[in-house]
Structure formats: structure tokens, C-alpha cells
Design a protein. Sequence first.
Length: 119
Amino acid sequence: MSDATAFQVPTIEVRSPRPHAALVVLAGEHDLHSANEVQQTFDQSLAVCDHLIVDLSTAEFIDSTIVGVLMQTRGKAVELDRKFSVVLGTAPVVERILEVTGVVPLLNIVPTVERALAA
């Protein structure tokens, strides 16, 4: 048996916390393998909502591909005049990749979903 940490299956859950708002919860480990599904989910959500909230609080890992998806979605939200928020409070490695890639100042980062909804 290996002592290596087990891979955490990525999940994507879409909720509607209030009318015209979409909450996409990413849990587990998201990378190149889940990026297309994440992008499709974001695109579908932006098409039907005024505020897209991406909750990374249960994400255990994201890679630069997912950072790219977040930034592309942010751009689409701006083009469509939609609100876009990212909830952190997650694994330090997730926050670290956002810091290292320099996107933190570009994303509307909030500590909780409630704070995102209040914005």
C-alpha cells in the first residue's frame, strides 16, 4: 500500500441560492481533466443568471487550467454585464495558486457565499 494521498474525485454542483443567481460548487481536485466540464457549467450558468458565484471552499486542488477557466469566465461575465464572485476559505494550495498566478486582484474574492449574495 502507498502512503500517497488519494486522488479526490472532482465534483461540480450547481445550485440556485436565490432567483437570477447561480452557485457552482467545485469540490475535490480540478485540473485539465475536469476543465471542459467546469467551463461548460460556467457558460451554461452565465447564460441564465445575473450573478455567478464560484465556490472553491471545498476544492482541495486546482491547477493553472482551472485558473484559466476562472479568468475566461470572468471576462465573459464582464462582457455580459454579469456579476462574478469567487468564494475561497479553501485548501491553502488553492489560494496559493491564485496568488502565484496573480489573479487574486482580478477576481471578486469573498469569504462566504452569503457575502457574495450581499454584494
